[in-house]
Design a protein around this ligand. Structure first.
Ligand SMILES: Cc1ncc(COP(=O)(O)O)c(C=O)c1O
Length: 374
């Protein structure tokens, strides 16, 4: 049998490895000139908006909530079909998460449900964009403007996706990216926050480094307890090379997605992600299917059987409102049916730039074997 097909696998070329060695030998390995270069390249990528690098998208989300001054007594509306980062950072700020459902196919936040949950304590909306189809940003920002709400886009999965021809991050309010190794590009660990203006970006610099402000007399002061979220140069050196390769990585992932759509046994009751259309400008980070409800094998048995055939898989995501932290806010099973169905039946199949079409064929053949109704 061929070796195990990993669920995610970053592609780091030899030039990048040599570049990292140079940084390591330079004597300056934490935040410095490479972070500045990475931030400048990211800023260029989002049409000149200020960007600051952080140690993760989770750190970027925490700092974004702090920039919006969100805390105790405030409510933040978000989709329960997302990663733990979102609920964790809202709760860590002392605010209350208000969960709404997502679409069964695109998995994006239900904007009608968002509108219905806006109340006097609502301060912000956090949508998570999904690969293959973005949240309708025109409708979301119109709603946010109408109610004077901040929007923090969780764009961890979608760097390189476009809305009306413009890259995610180039417009809107605050936007977070992740450079974890299973994302479209990696900086080992890392993330970024796209800001509205230089004043906000300077505030991020304070919040990501202990909250330290430098005083005219050369001493330092802290008024707000900041984090320690500055990205090291070693990571930035990787990130900058990866950003340059993003177009190739995305083209490769998209070709693999098209192959999935050609080869996946489509008539066996699975819900597939949105089918790519020519020129749709969408990036693809994961290929998440929903297993049929009526299936003798449990999801765990299905995943174990795939693993036995050499295919690693993931789950994206559990239902945030039903997590122990989510239930603290009074949510229960049945509240958000699409999110709960996705959480129970989703399986993420391998999709990364280190795979080729044969790998996709292997995954699809294994699914063909294991899905009901053959
Ligand atoms: C949708 C989403 N948001 C945020 C994050 C957090 O990213 P990071 O690991 O960079 O903190 C993830 C990570 O998987 C994610 O999937």
């Amino acid at each position: 049998m061929a070796g195990m097909l990993k669920f995610a696998s970053p592609l780091i070329d030899e030039a990048t490895i040599a570049g990292v060695a140079e940084v390591l030998r330079s004597g300056h390995i934490t935040s410095g000139v490479w972070v500045e270069r990475f931030e400048a390249a990211l800023s260029e990528f989002v049409e000149g908006r200020p960007v600051r690098a952080l140690t993760s998208a989770t750190a970027a989300m925490e700092v974004a909530l702090q920039l919006c001054d969100i805390g105790r007594g405030d409510e933040v509306i978000t989709c329960a079909q997302s990663f733990f980062t979102v609920v964790n950072m809202i709760v860590k700020q002392g605010a209350t998460p208000v969960f709404v459902d997502g679409d069964l196919v695109t998995r994006n936040i239900d904007l009608a449900a968002v509108a219905a949950r806006i109340g006097p304590r609502t301060r912000a909306i956090i949508p998570t964009h999904w690969p293959g189809s973005l949240v309708d940003m025109d409708a979301l920002h119109a709603l946010a403007r109408r109610h004077r709400l901040r929007v923090i886009e969780d764009a961890a999965l979608v760097i390189g996706s476009h809305f009306h021809g413009r890259p995610v991050g180039a417009f809107g309010d605050l936007v977070t990216f992740s450079f974890h190794p299973n994302k479209n590009i990696t900086s080992i660990e890392g993330g970024a926050l796209v800001c509205n203006d230089e004043a906000e970006a300077r505030r991020v610099e304070v919040l990501r480094f202990h909250g330290i402000e430098r005083l005219p007399d050369g001493t330092r002061d802290v008024a707000f307890p900041g984090g320690k979220f500055n990205l090291p140069d070693v990571n930035a050196r990787v990130g900058i090379a990866q950003l340059a390769s993003l177009p190739q990585f995305l083209a490769h992932r998209r070709a693999l997605v098209l192959r999935y759509f050609e080869r996946f046994p489509a008539d066996r009751g699975c819900v597939l992600p949105p089918r790519p259309a020519d020129g749709d400008g969408q990036s693809w980070n994961m290929f998440c299917i929903l297993l049929p409800d009526a299936m003798a094998r449990s999801r765990k048995e299905f995943r174990d059987a795939l693993a036995a055939r050499g295919v690693a898989t993931g789950i994206s995501y559990e239902a945030l409102h039903l997590s122990t932290i989510g239930r603290r806010f009074g949510y229960q099973r049945g509240d958000l049916p699409n999110t709960e169905r996705i959480a129970a039946r989703t399986v993420s199949l391998p999709l990364h730039a280190a795979m080729d079409a044969d790998d996709v064929d292997r995954v699809c053949a294994a699914c063909d074997d294991l899905l009901p109704g053959r």
